[in-house]
Ligand binder design. Structure first.
Ligand code: SAH
Ligand code: DHB
Ligand code: MG
Length: 222
């Protein structure tokens, strides 16, 4: 089975469910033109995030890792008009490109982009006594995932959904001897989630235009 076939199937699905989405297409074009890496979620994955947040009735969303705002736009579309999304990004260039993309999509009023290391920005939210988030999408540096989970739990309530991207990485996640710190970060994250009796979760492998990867899906139960 070839990656070409995965691409063909993704293209077919996208032609059905996301035939023309100028806000998202422009976001990708403008992110590429600004030199950002092409590592946002695939279109049908962005739609999955939107649907998950909608199914959950999310009103407050937290995203860790903004890039050019592609997944941000997907997620913010799940919100009611009085909802809000906070997204955390280390690179000020990425944050600027995302700000433009989100504003051009007409969603700027709902989105707070904070710039800095996610660990610090999450601690700031905790220190500010931020209201708990309904939905949290973890997608920044993979080494940071264990810490992001620990801090995300402090910004959660029973019922908060936590989704994490890139937990498979071409299958390397199953290699306990991997010397890749990103793989070890994801493994520590998954093991923490699995061992925590406040969390119910699973992980799912995906193939498609973004290759072979996967998502972890967690619900905070208490
Ligand atoms: N969620 C985006 C993709 C995010 S790519 C989408 O699907 O559209 C990962 C992002 O995390 C990059 O923009 C990178 O700059 C950012 N990042 C990396 N390390 C970080 C850190 N320590 N704190 C916050 N953001 C970080
Ligand atoms: C990569 C992919 C991602 O989706 C991400 O969030 C970070 C990095 C990558 O392919 O390197
Ligand atoms: Mg990702």
């Amino acid at each position: 089975m070839s990656e070409n076939l995965w691409d063909d199937v993704d293209e077919y699905f996208v032609s059905l469910f996301l035939p023309s989405d100028s806000a998202l297409e422009e976001t990708l074009d403008r992110s590429a033109a600004a030199g950002l890496p092409p590592i946002s979620v695939a279109p049908n994955q962005g739609k999955l995030l939107e649907l998950l947040a909608k199914m959950q009735g999310s009103r407050r969303i937290l995203e860790i890792g903004t890039l050019g705002g592609y997944s941000t736009i997907s997620l913010v579309r799940a919100l009611p008009s009085d909802g809000s999304l906070v997204t955390l990004e280390l690179e000020s260039l990425h944050a600027e490109v995302a700000r433009e993309n989100i504003d051009r999509a007409g969603l700027g009023l709902l989105v707070d982009i904070r710039v800095g290391p996610a660990t610090k920005l999450l601690q700031d939210l905790i220190d500010e006594d931020a209201a708990p988030f309904d939905f949290i999408f973890i997608d920044a540096d993979k080494e940071g995932y264990p810490k992001y989970l620990e801090l995300s739990l402090q910004l959660s309530r029973p019922g908060t959904v936590i989704v994490a991207d890139n937990v498979v990485r071409d299958g390397e996640v199953a290699d306990s001897t991997s010397t890749d710190e990103r793989v070890q970060g994801v493994r520590a994250f998954l093991e923490m989630a699995a061992a925590d009796d406040r969390i119910e979760g699973t992980a799912i492998q995906t193939v498609g235009s973004k290759g072979y990867d996967g998502f972890a899906l967690l619900v905070v139960s208490r």
